[in-house]
Design a protein around this ligand. Structure first.
Ligand code: URA
Length: 280
């Protein structure tokens, strides 16, 4: 199969520092052949923590204790939105300004089946302020990458331009920010996970992109036995499963902003996801 990138998409990738090399006839496995221009960023992004393994390592036993958050597994979309908005299941409710449910086609009243679901980690201060995921610097990078794939979480823009390649819903593992953007505690992750699980069940994405360690752990704990001890780099480059949904793991945009050569790897992972979707 071939991956058709129009001039605008190529320009965007060039702007992001990603130089794409694609052979004429491309097999999905070859999509990882992406070269990265190793230029430095002109502006350095506000530092965001790289989520450590420590919180996640202790996740499993805690999950067993907490996973039955009352009734979430049966909620419809409006009930789920209300439940997240009012959630007081852990101490983060005391420090948050807003909950951050998600953004994209399914964000409003009715859930629609979506093509892509992007799962990040934890809302930061900007997201808490605006009640929207990925609105800071990492969000700008995420949006640019999505646009390069013909995707947008403001779908009308892409639809109008005729470039739309699918619908997107963006959310996080945690629906509340943490004080000082600290790593979440295992019990906070465990309490929040049923919300993400229900979101996935309701929007039925064709593919999920897990961005960052916490997202990979949350989604792959049932299918990759040693997920918590595997470096993220080892989880990339293949299509995993969450229940029956394909999952592609990649680096978190905030990490990429501090490690620009990794941009090409994220692009390769998005190409893998695109190729997998096209082959469905
Ligand atoms: N980082 C995330 O993982 N999610 C956000 O929404 C913002 C920053």
């Amino acid at each position: 199969m071939t991956l058709n990138l129009d001039t605008r998409q190529r320009a965007m990738l060039a702007e992001m520092g990603v130089r794409v090399w694609l052979p004429q006839s491309l097999e999905p496995v070859e999509l990882a052949h992406v070269q990265v221009a190793s230029q430095e960023a002109s502006a350095s992004p506000a530092p965001q923590p790289v989520r450590s393994q420590t919180a996640a390592q202790a996740l499993e036993p805690v999950l067993a204790q907490f996973q039955a958050l009352e009734g979430v597994a049966e909620m419809d979309w409006p009930a789920l939105q209300a439940s997240v908005a009012e959630c007081r299941a852990c101490g983060l409710c005391n420090s948050r300004k807003n909950t951050v449910f998600g953004a994209g086609v399914a964000a409003d009243a009715t859930p629609q089946a979506v093509d892509w679901m992007i799962v990040g980690e934890v809302p930061a201060a900007a997201e808490d302020e605006q009640a929207t995921p990925f609105v800071g610097d990492a969000g700008v990078l995420l949006d640019n990458m999505l646009r390069a794939c013909g995707l947008s979480r403001t779908p009308d823009a892409e639809k109008e331009s005729g470039r739309e390649k699918g619908s997107v819903f963006v959310t996080n593992v945690l629906k509340c920010t943490t004080p000082g953007n600290r790593n979440p505690k295992p019990e906070e992750l465990a309490q929040c996970l049923p919300y993400l699980q229900r979101q996935i069940a309701l929007v039925q994405p064709k593919i999920i992109v897990a961005m960052g360690r916490l997202a990979a752990n949350a989604l792959l704990q049932a299918t990759v036995s040693d997920v918590q001890s595997l470096p993220l780099g080892k989880l990339r480059g293949q299509v995993h499963r969450y229940n029956n949904t394909p999952v592609v793991v990649t680096y978190h945009p905030a990490y990429v902003m501090r490690n620009l050569p990794e941009k090409g790897k994220v692009w390769a992972d998005l190409c893998l996801a695109m190729a997998h979707l096209q082959a469905l």
